[in-house]
Design a protein around this ligand. Sequence first.
Ligand code: ARG
Length: 459
Amino acid sequence: NSYQLWGGRFSEKPSEALQALNISLPYDSRLYADDLDASKAYAEALQRAGYLNTAEADKLVKSLELIRYDWIERTIKFLPTDEDVHTVNERLLVEITGELGQRLHTGRSRNDQVVTDMKLWLRRGIRETLGRLSRVIESAVKQAEVHLGVLIPGYTHMQRAQPVQFSHWLLSHAFALREDCLRLVELRDRANVLPLGSGALAGNPLGIDRLWLAERLGFSGVTANSMHAVGDRDFVVDFIYCCSLVSLHLSRFAEDLIIYSTKEFDFIRLHDSLSSGSSLMPQKRNPDSLELIRGISGVISSNLTGIMMTIKGTPSTYNKDLQFDKEYCFQSFDKLKQVLDVTQGVIQTMQVQRDTMEAALSPDMLATDWAYYLVKKGIPFRQAHHFIGRVVSLAEQRGVGITEVPLGELQKICPAFGSDIASVADYANNVQQYDVIGGTATASIEEQLRLLNNFVKDM
Ligand code: ARG
Protein backbone atom coordinates (compact mmCIF):
# COMPACT_ATOMS: atom_id res chain seq x y z
CA ASN A 1 0.00 0.00 0.00
CA SER A 2 3.03 2.26 0.18
CA TYR A 3 3.20 5.04 -2.37
CA GLN A 4 6.37 6.53 -3.65
CA LEU A 5 6.69 9.28 -6.22
CA TRP A 6 9.91 7.79 -7.55
CA GLY A 7 11.57 4.41 -7.34
CA GLY A 8 11.50 2.99 -10.85
CA ARG A 9 15.24 2.99 -11.16
CA PHE A 10 15.96 1.78 -7.61
CA SER A 11 16.40 -1.75 -6.36
CA GLU A 12 16.75 -0.81 -2.68
CA LYS A 13 14.45 1.27 -0.50
CA PRO A 14 15.96 4.29 1.30
CA SER A 15 17.54 3.42 4.63
CA GLU A 16 15.47 4.03 7.73
CA ALA A 17 17.95 6.66 8.87
CA LEU A 18 17.60 8.57 5.61
CA GLN A 19 13.84 8.24 5.69
CA ALA A 20 13.74 9.76 9.15
CA LEU A 21 15.85 12.69 7.99
CA ASN A 22 14.00 13.11 4.72
CA ILE A 23 10.44 13.14 5.97
CA SER A 24 9.10 16.68 6.04
CA LEU A 25 5.45 15.88 6.64
CA PRO A 26 5.43 16.98 10.29
CA TYR A 27 6.10 20.54 9.25
CA ASP A 28 4.97 20.78 5.62
CA SER A 29 1.51 19.27 6.25
CA ARG A 30 0.34 22.79 6.99
CA LEU A 31 0.67 23.39 3.25
CA TYR A 32 -2.02 20.83 2.51
CA ALA A 33 -4.68 23.35 1.44
CA ASP A 34 -2.24 25.31 -0.72
CA ASP A 35 -1.07 22.06 -2.30
CA LEU A 36 -4.66 21.06 -3.10
CA ASP A 37 -5.52 24.49 -4.49
CA ALA A 38 -2.49 24.46 -6.78
CA SER A 39 -3.27 20.89 -7.88
CA LYS A 40 -6.88 21.76 -8.74
CA ALA A 41 -5.69 24.62 -10.91
CA TYR A 42 -3.07 22.39 -12.49
CA ALA A 43 -5.66 19.73 -13.33
CA GLU A 44 -7.67 22.40 -15.13
CA ALA A 45 -4.55 23.61 -16.94
CA LEU A 46 -3.88 20.05 -18.10
CA GLN A 47 -7.40 19.88 -19.47
CA ARG A 48 -6.96 23.19 -21.27
CA ALA A 49 -3.74 21.80 -22.77
CA GLY A 50 -5.58 18.69 -23.96
CA TYR A 51 -4.06 16.12 -21.61
CA LEU A 52 -7.31 15.47 -19.72
CA ASN A 53 -10.92 15.59 -20.91
CA THR A 54 -13.52 17.64 -19.04
CA ALA A 55 -14.89 14.67 -17.11
CA GLU A 56 -11.41 13.61 -16.02
CA ALA A 57 -10.46 17.10 -14.88
CA ASP A 58 -13.76 17.37 -13.02
CA LYS A 59 -13.16 14.06 -11.31
CA LEU A 60 -9.68 15.14 -10.20
CA VAL A 61 -10.93 18.50 -8.88
CA LYS A 62 -13.76 16.85 -6.95
CA SER A 63 -11.45 14.20 -5.52
CA LEU A 64 -8.99 16.86 -4.40
CA GLU A 65 -11.88 18.49 -2.55
CA LEU A 66 -12.63 15.16 -0.85
CA ILE A 67 -9.02 15.02 0.28
CA ARG A 68 -9.31 18.53 1.72
CA TYR A 69 -12.28 17.28 3.72
CA ASP A 70 -10.17 14.40 5.07
CA TRP A 71 -7.48 16.83 6.18
CA ILE A 72 -10.01 19.01 7.92
CA GLU A 73 -11.67 16.03 9.60
CA ARG A 74 -8.26 14.56 10.48
CA THR A 75 -9.29 11.22 9.03
CA ILE A 76 -6.17 10.62 6.93
CA LYS A 77 -4.22 7.49 7.81
CA PHE A 78 -0.61 8.40 7.25
CA LEU A 79 1.91 5.80 6.15
CA PRO A 80 5.56 5.62 7.17
CA THR A 81 6.41 6.16 3.51
CA ASP A 82 4.53 9.47 3.29
CA GLU A 83 7.51 11.64 2.57
CA ASP A 84 5.92 15.05 2.33
CA VAL A 85 2.59 16.75 1.84
CA HIS A 86 2.80 16.38 -1.94
CA THR A 87 3.28 12.62 -1.64
CA VAL A 88 0.31 12.27 0.70
CA ASN A 89 -2.03 14.28 -1.48
CA GLU A 90 -1.03 12.36 -4.60
CA ARG A 91 -1.27 8.99 -2.83
CA LEU A 92 -4.77 9.81 -1.62
CA LEU A 93 -5.78 11.04 -5.07
CA VAL A 94 -4.61 7.80 -6.68
CA GLU A 95 -6.43 5.82 -4.00
CA ILE A 96 -9.65 7.60 -4.99
CA THR A 97 -9.25 7.87 -8.77
CA GLY A 98 -6.80 5.11 -9.72
CA GLU A 99 -4.89 5.64 -12.92
CA LEU A 100 -6.48 9.02 -13.53
CA GLY A 101 -4.76 10.41 -10.42
CA GLN A 102 -1.44 9.33 -11.86
CA ARG A 103 -1.95 11.84 -14.67
CA LEU A 104 -2.02 14.92 -12.46
CA HIS A 105 1.73 15.24 -12.13
CA THR A 106 2.17 15.42 -15.94
CA GLY A 107 4.77 18.09 -16.63
CA ARG A 108 4.88 19.13 -13.01
CA SER A 109 7.70 18.55 -10.54
CA ARG A 110 7.70 18.79 -6.79
CA ASN A 111 10.24 21.53 -7.40
CA ASP A 112 7.78 23.95 -8.96
CA GLN A 113 4.99 22.50 -6.81
CA VAL A 114 6.59 23.15 -3.43
CA VAL A 115 7.66 26.70 -4.21
CA THR A 116 4.15 27.43 -5.50
CA ASP A 117 2.68 26.04 -2.28
CA MET A 118 5.05 28.17 -0.22
CA LYS A 119 4.04 31.29 -2.10
CA LEU A 120 0.37 30.52 -1.58
CA TRP A 121 1.09 30.00 2.12
CA LEU A 122 3.08 33.23 2.26
CA ARG A 123 0.06 35.25 1.19
CA ARG A 124 -1.94 33.80 4.07
CA GLY A 125 0.97 34.12 6.48
CA ILE A 126 1.40 37.78 5.60
CA ARG A 127 -2.32 38.46 5.85
CA GLU A 128 -2.48 36.94 9.35
CA THR A 129 0.66 38.74 10.49
CA LEU A 130 -0.69 42.05 9.21
CA GLY A 131 -3.93 41.45 11.08
CA ARG A 132 -2.08 40.90 14.34
CA LEU A 133 0.23 43.84 13.77
CA SER A 134 -2.67 46.15 13.16
CA ARG A 135 -4.38 44.97 16.34
CA VAL A 136 -1.23 45.81 18.32
CA ILE A 137 -1.06 49.24 16.66
CA GLU A 138 -4.72 49.74 17.42
CA SER A 139 -4.27 48.98 21.10
CA ALA A 140 -1.35 51.43 21.29
CA VAL A 141 -3.48 54.08 19.59
CA LYS A 142 -6.29 53.52 22.10
CA GLN A 143 -3.97 53.92 25.09
CA ALA A 144 -2.37 56.98 23.49
CA GLU A 145 -5.79 58.55 23.00
CA VAL A 146 -6.88 57.87 26.57
CA HIS A 147 -3.66 59.25 28.07
CA LEU A 148 -3.20 62.31 25.91
CA GLY A 149 -1.71 65.06 28.12
CA VAL A 150 0.20 62.69 30.45
CA LEU A 151 3.88 63.66 30.63
CA ILE A 152 6.86 61.36 30.98
CA PRO A 153 10.61 62.00 31.07
CA GLY A 154 12.02 61.36 27.60
CA TYR A 155 15.42 59.65 27.54
CA THR A 156 18.41 59.46 25.22
CA HIS A 157 21.28 57.17 26.22
CA MET A 158 18.84 56.25 28.99
CA GLN A 159 19.64 59.68 30.53
CA ARG A 160 16.93 62.21 31.30
CA ALA A 161 16.59 64.36 28.20
CA GLN A 162 13.38 66.34 27.68
CA PRO A 163 9.80 66.00 28.83
CA VAL A 164 7.52 64.36 26.27
CA GLN A 165 4.01 63.05 26.32
CA PHE A 166 3.48 59.43 27.31
CA SER A 167 1.41 59.02 24.14
CA HIS A 168 4.28 60.28 22.03
CA TRP A 169 6.57 57.63 23.48
CA LEU A 170 3.96 54.88 23.01
CA LEU A 171 3.24 55.86 19.41
CA SER A 172 6.95 55.87 18.59
CA HIS A 173 6.75 52.08 18.92
CA ALA A 174 3.51 51.92 16.94
CA PHE A 175 5.17 53.74 14.06
CA ALA A 176 7.96 51.15 13.91
CA LEU A 177 5.28 48.48 13.54
CA ARG A 178 3.57 50.48 10.83
CA GLU A 179 6.81 50.39 8.83
CA ASP A 180 6.85 46.63 9.35
CA CYS A 181 3.36 46.37 7.89
CA LEU A 182 4.42 48.34 4.82
CA ARG A 183 7.43 46.08 4.40
CA LEU A 184 5.19 42.99 4.49
CA VAL A 185 2.75 44.50 1.99
CA GLU A 186 5.64 45.30 -0.34
CA LEU A 187 6.91 41.72 -0.01
CA ARG A 188 3.45 40.27 -0.64
CA ASP A 189 3.12 42.21 -3.87
CA ARG A 190 6.66 41.55 -5.07
CA ALA A 191 6.62 37.80 -4.32
CA ASN A 192 3.23 37.24 -5.88
CA VAL A 193 4.45 35.74 -9.18
CA LEU A 194 3.68 32.12 -10.00
CA PRO A 195 6.49 29.54 -10.28
CA LEU A 196 4.19 26.66 -11.38
CA GLY A 197 5.00 25.57 -14.92
CA SER A 198 8.73 25.71 -14.28
CA GLY A 199 8.84 21.91 -14.04
CA ALA A 200 11.89 20.43 -12.38
CA LEU A 201 14.07 23.20 -13.81
CA ALA A 202 13.62 23.51 -17.60
CA GLY A 203 10.04 24.71 -17.88
CA ASN A 204 7.03 22.91 -19.34
CA PRO A 205 6.92 21.37 -22.84
CA LEU A 206 3.21 20.48 -22.81
CA GLY A 207 1.64 23.81 -23.62
CA ILE A 208 0.54 24.59 -20.07
CA ASP A 209 -0.89 28.11 -20.01
CA ARG A 210 1.06 29.69 -17.16
CA LEU A 211 -0.62 33.07 -17.46
CA TRP A 212 -4.01 31.43 -17.11
CA LEU A 213 -2.74 29.45 -14.11
CA ALA A 214 -1.43 32.62 -12.50
CA GLU A 215 -4.74 34.36 -12.84
CA ARG A 216 -6.59 31.29 -11.63
CA LEU A 217 -4.44 31.18 -8.45
CA GLY A 218 -4.51 34.91 -7.80
CA PHE A 219 -0.94 35.70 -8.81
CA SER A 220 -0.14 38.95 -10.54
CA GLY A 221 2.20 37.33 -13.06
CA VAL A 222 4.56 34.42 -13.66
CA THR A 223 8.24 33.90 -12.86
CA ALA A 224 10.47 34.72 -15.84
CA ASN A 225 13.13 32.00 -15.57
CA SER A 226 12.36 28.42 -14.59
CA MET A 227 15.83 27.67 -13.19
CA HIS A 228 15.62 30.75 -11.00
CA ALA A 229 12.05 29.97 -9.98
CA VAL A 230 12.66 26.46 -8.59
CA GLY A 231 15.74 27.46 -6.59
CA ASP A 232 14.47 30.81 -5.34
CA ARG A 233 13.70 31.10 -1.65
CA ASP A 234 14.50 34.80 -1.37
CA PHE A 235 10.88 35.48 -0.55
CA VAL A 236 11.25 33.20 2.49
CA VAL A 237 14.39 35.07 3.55
CA ASP A 238 12.49 38.35 3.10
CA PHE A 239 9.60 37.10 5.16
CA ILE A 240 11.82 35.92 8.00
CA TYR A 241 13.67 39.23 7.84
CA CYS A 242 10.35 41.05 8.18
CA CYS A 243 9.46 38.83 11.14
CA SER A 244 12.89 39.44 12.68
CA LEU A 245 12.50 43.16 12.43
CA VAL A 246 9.04 43.06 14.00
CA SER A 247 10.46 40.93 16.81
CA LEU A 248 13.33 43.39 17.32
CA HIS A 249 10.85 46.26 17.53
CA LEU A 250 8.79 44.35 20.06
CA SER A 251 11.97 43.55 21.97
CA ARG A 252 12.93 47.21 22.26
CA PHE A 253 9.41 48.09 23.35
CA ALA A 254 9.50 45.31 25.94
CA GLU A 255 12.84 46.57 27.21
CA ASP A 256 11.37 50.06 27.78
CA LEU A 257 8.48 48.50 29.64
CA ILE A 258 10.71 46.27 31.76
CA ILE A 259 12.59 49.35 32.92
CA TYR A 260 9.42 51.38 33.39
CA SER A 261 7.82 48.64 35.47
CA THR A 262 10.66 48.44 38.03
CA LYS A 263 9.94 49.77 41.52
CA GLU A 264 12.60 52.41 40.87
CA PHE A 265 10.63 53.83 37.93
CA ASP A 266 7.09 52.62 38.55
CA PHE A 267 5.80 54.36 35.41
CA ILE A 268 3.88 51.29 34.30
CA ARG A 269 2.23 48.45 36.18
CA LEU A 270 1.95 45.24 34.26
CA HIS A 271 -1.34 43.39 34.62
CA ASP A 272 -1.30 40.36 36.95
CA SER A 273 -2.28 38.09 34.08
CA LEU A 274 0.93 39.04 32.26
CA SER A 275 3.31 38.79 35.21
CA SER A 276 4.56 35.88 37.23
CA GLY A 277 5.85 35.27 40.71
CA SER A 278 9.05 33.81 42.07
CA SER A 279 9.19 30.29 43.46
CA LEU A 280 11.44 31.55 46.23
CA MET A 281 10.83 35.25 46.91
CA PRO A 282 7.20 35.81 47.86
CA GLN A 283 7.20 39.53 47.09
CA LYS A 284 8.35 39.16 43.46
CA ARG A 285 6.28 40.20 40.49
CA ASN A 286 8.28 39.48 37.39
CA PRO A 287 7.63 40.82 33.89
CA ASP A 288 8.00 37.38 32.26
CA SER A 289 5.71 38.32 29.38
CA LEU A 290 8.03 41.17 28.43
CA GLU A 291 11.16 39.09 28.83
CA LEU A 292 9.71 36.42 26.56
CA ILE A 293 8.86 39.06 23.97
CA ARG A 294 12.44 40.31 24.20
CA GLY A 295 13.92 36.82 24.17
CA ILE A 296 12.00 35.52 21.20
CA SER A 297 13.62 38.09 18.93
CA GLY A 298 16.78 35.99 19.33
CA VAL A 299 14.98 32.86 18.16
CA ILE A 300 13.45 34.55 15.12
CA SER A 301 16.63 36.37 14.12
CA SER A 302 18.56 33.11 14.33
CA ASN A 303 16.10 31.67 11.81
CA LEU A 304 17.13 34.44 9.45
CA THR A 305 20.74 33.37 9.77
CA GLY A 306 19.60 29.76 9.43
CA ILE A 307 17.80 30.20 6.12
CA MET A 308 20.64 32.30 4.72
CA MET A 309 23.20 29.66 5.64
CA THR A 310 20.96 26.98 4.14
CA ILE A 311 20.89 28.75 0.80
CA LYS A 312 24.52 29.83 0.84
CA GLY A 313 26.22 26.77 -0.63
CA THR A 314 23.51 25.46 -2.92
CA PRO A 315 24.26 25.26 -6.63
CA SER A 316 21.72 26.34 -9.26
CA THR A 317 18.05 25.28 -9.11
CA TYR A 318 16.46 22.99 -6.56
CA ASN A 319 18.46 21.14 -3.92
CA LYS A 320 17.01 19.25 -0.99
CA ASP A 321 18.63 21.70 1.45
CA LEU A 322 15.77 23.99 0.56
CA GLN A 323 13.33 21.71 2.35
CA PHE A 324 14.48 23.31 5.62
CA ASP A 325 13.05 26.67 4.52
CA LYS A 326 9.74 25.58 6.00
CA GLU A 327 11.03 24.98 9.51
CA TYR A 328 12.60 28.43 9.66
CA CYS A 329 9.65 30.10 8.03
CA PHE A 330 6.85 28.49 10.02
CA GLN A 331 8.66 28.73 13.34
CA SER A 332 9.26 32.44 12.76
CA PHE A 333 5.61 32.92 11.87
CA ASP A 334 4.35 30.93 14.87
CA LYS A 335 6.61 32.60 17.42
CA LEU A 336 5.81 36.03 16.10
CA LYS A 337 2.12 35.29 16.28
CA GLN A 338 2.47 34.38 19.96
CA VAL A 339 4.43 37.48 20.91
CA LEU A 340 2.14 39.80 18.97
CA ASP A 341 -0.83 38.45 20.91
CA VAL A 342 0.98 38.84 24.23
CA THR A 343 2.11 42.35 23.28
CA GLN A 344 -1.44 43.33 22.49
CA GLY A 345 -2.53 42.08 25.91
CA VAL A 346 0.29 43.96 27.63
CA ILE A 347 -0.67 47.25 25.99
CA GLN A 348 -4.38 46.85 26.60
CA THR A 349 -4.04 46.05 30.29
CA MET A 350 -1.02 48.03 31.45
CA GLN A 351 -1.69 50.59 34.14
CA VAL A 352 -0.24 54.02 33.39
CA GLN A 353 1.11 55.65 36.57
CA ARG A 354 0.58 59.27 35.66
CA ASP A 355 1.63 60.67 39.05
CA THR A 356 4.97 58.85 39.21
CA MET A 357 5.79 59.75 35.61
CA GLU A 358 5.13 63.42 36.15
CA ALA A 359 6.85 63.46 39.55
CA ALA A 360 9.94 62.11 37.81
CA LEU A 361 10.27 65.24 35.68
CA SER A 362 12.97 67.61 36.98
CA PRO A 363 13.97 71.19 36.17
CA ASP A 364 17.22 70.13 34.44
CA MET A 365 15.02 68.68 31.71
CA LEU A 366 14.01 72.27 30.92
CA ALA A 367 17.61 73.26 30.10
CA THR A 368 17.02 72.97 26.36
CA ASP A 369 13.95 75.17 26.56
CA TRP A 370 15.94 77.68 28.59
CA ALA A 371 18.48 77.79 25.78
CA TYR A 372 15.60 78.42 23.33
CA TYR A 373 14.43 81.20 25.65
CA LEU A 374 17.79 82.95 25.19
CA VAL A 375 17.68 82.28 21.44
CA LYS A 376 14.33 84.09 21.33
CA LYS A 377 16.13 87.02 23.04
CA GLY A 378 18.57 87.09 20.12
CA ILE A 379 21.47 85.04 21.56
CA PRO A 380 23.14 82.64 19.07
CA PHE A 381 22.22 79.06 20.00
CA ARG A 382 25.80 77.90 20.59
CA GLN A 383 26.30 80.71 23.15
CA ALA A 384 22.89 80.09 24.71
CA HIS A 385 23.82 76.41 25.10
CA HIS A 386 27.02 77.45 26.88
CA PHE A 387 25.26 79.92 29.23
CA ILE A 388 22.65 77.38 30.25
CA GLY A 389 25.43 74.86 30.80
CA ARG A 390 26.89 77.27 33.33
CA VAL A 391 23.50 77.72 34.99
CA VAL A 392 23.16 73.93 35.29
CA SER A 393 26.61 73.65 36.79
CA LEU A 394 25.91 76.46 39.29
CA ALA A 395 22.60 74.86 40.29
CA GLU A 396 24.35 71.52 40.74
CA GLN A 397 27.02 73.09 43.00
CA ARG A 398 24.30 74.52 45.17
CA GLY A 399 22.22 71.39 45.10
CA VAL A 400 19.13 73.12 43.67
CA GLY A 401 17.16 72.99 40.44
CA ILE A 402 17.92 75.55 37.70
CA THR A 403 14.53 77.15 38.37
CA GLU A 404 15.73 78.08 41.87
CA VAL A 405 18.78 80.09 40.79
CA PRO A 406 17.99 83.77 41.57
CA LEU A 407 17.47 86.09 38.58
CA GLY A 408 20.44 88.24 39.64
CA GLU A 409 22.77 85.26 39.36
CA LEU A 410 21.31 84.31 35.99
CA GLN A 411 21.88 87.81 34.67
CA LYS A 412 25.52 87.62 35.80
CA ILE A 413 25.88 84.62 33.48
CA CYS A 414 23.92 86.26 30.65
CA PRO A 415 22.31 89.71 30.83
CA ALA A 416 19.56 88.65 28.40
CA PHE A 417 17.76 86.76 31.22
CA GLY A 418 14.60 88.59 32.30
CA SER A 419 11.91 87.93 34.87
CA ASP A 420 9.89 86.16 32.14
CA ILE A 421 12.25 83.16 32.45
CA ALA A 422 9.88 82.12 35.25
CA SER A 423 7.34 81.22 32.55
CA VAL A 424 9.66 78.54 31.17
CA ALA A 425 9.06 76.35 34.17
CA ASP A 426 5.86 74.56 33.32
CA TYR A 427 6.50 71.15 31.74
CA ALA A 428 3.07 70.87 30.21
CA ASN A 429 3.35 74.27 28.59
CA ASN A 430 6.85 73.50 27.31
CA VAL A 431 5.75 70.28 25.67
CA GLN A 432 3.10 72.21 23.75
CA GLN A 433 5.81 74.30 22.07
CA TYR A 434 6.94 71.21 20.13
CA ASP A 435 4.18 71.54 17.59
CA VAL A 436 6.00 70.62 14.38
CA ILE A 437 4.76 67.62 12.44
CA GLY A 438 6.08 64.67 14.41
CA GLY A 439 6.54 66.67 17.62
CA THR A 440 5.24 65.99 21.11
CA ALA A 441 2.66 68.81 21.31
CA THR A 442 -0.91 67.60 21.63
CA ALA A 443 -1.83 68.86 18.14
CA SER A 444 1.12 66.92 16.65
CA ILE A 445 0.18 63.76 18.50
CA GLU A 446 -3.41 64.09 17.34
CA GLU A 447 -2.07 64.14 13.80
CA GLN A 448 -0.09 60.96 14.50
CA LEU A 449 -3.23 59.35 15.88
CA ARG A 450 -5.15 60.30 12.75
CA LEU A 451 -2.43 58.77 10.59
CA LEU A 452 -2.40 55.51 12.51
CA ASN A 453 -6.17 55.29 12.80
CA ASN A 454 -6.49 55.65 9.04
CA PHE A 455 -3.70 53.16 8.49
CA VAL A 456 -5.36 50.54 10.65
CA LYS A 457 -8.71 51.17 8.97
CA ASP A 458 -7.24 50.69 5.48
CA MET A 459 -5.38 47.49 6.34
N1 ARG B 1 9.57 18.20 0.35
C1 ARG B 1 10.35 18.85 -0.64
C2 ARG B 1 10.69 20.27 -0.20
O1 ARG B 1 10.02 20.75 0.63
C3 ARG B 1 9.58 18.91 -1.93
C4 ARG B 1 10.43 19.03 -3.12
C5 ARG B 1 11.17 17.78 -3.35
N2 ARG B 1 11.77 17.77 -4.65
C6 ARG B 1 12.71 16.92 -4.95
N3 ARG B 1 13.19 16.97 -6.15
N4 ARG B 1 13.16 16.05 -4.11
O2 ARG B 1 11.64 20.87 -0.65
